[in-house]
Design a protein around this ligand. Sequence first.
Ligand code: ADP
Ligand code: MG
Length: 230
Amino acid sequence: MLSVKNLVVNINSQRILNGINISIKPGEVVAVMGPNGSGKSTLAKAIMGDKRLEVFGDINFEGKDILDLSPDERSKKGIFLSFQSPPEIEGINSEYFLSTSIDTEWDAVVKLAKKLGIKSELFSKDLNVGFSGGERKKIEMLQAILKDPKLIVLDEIDSGLDIDSIKVVDEFMKDMKKRNKGLLIITHYTRIFTNIQPDKVYVLVDGKIAGEGGPEILSKLDKFGFKEWK
Ligand code: ADP
Ligand code: MG
């Protein structure tokens, strides 16, 4: 589904990612784990087509090169990115925003939101304005379900979430895997993988893939932290 080859990314002429190779198949949960500042969000932004990045290498989605596509074209192809810090959008009502370009009836959206633990009063407010970190993350998950993409990139979905909400993420991942979505889970904690184990784990350190393997990497990370890979 997604194949990233020899990806090099500069920001303001500074090298941030240095030769990244990753791939995701439909129905696969792939984790990218790394310490702060290792380049995880930059990788997510490169996949989504953030114009502020200078990108070299190959990014293929369903066999086609997508490097020249804009973020909205990539979105239409079925790539969804949940931001690490979803921005406040003043002047855009949440219900209005969520109900555009979806086929789902609003009643069904509200039901889904309830399952994710989203309070319905948020829908009458401007998008994310004054929302807690956890509320923003849940709105991102709701969007991911409504837009029905093929590949879902979650950038630190667990940051700002309470223990109950982490279980919601777990359910979300399980459900999306069942629906054959590709999931790229960016995090620096192993705690979100309780019921759902990643099929593949990449360790990103200083802009390079320092290790890759199966879920056994999670227990190694829990024991030793990232220093093992530095
Ligand atoms: P992570 O998500 O793993 O914490 P990031 O991808 O956000 O890391 O950042 C990787 C590195 O790139 C950091 O050193 C960060 O300071 C730098 N960086 C990210 N965005 C910018 C930017 N817009 N301008 C300058 N440096 C940036
Ligand atoms: Mg980040």
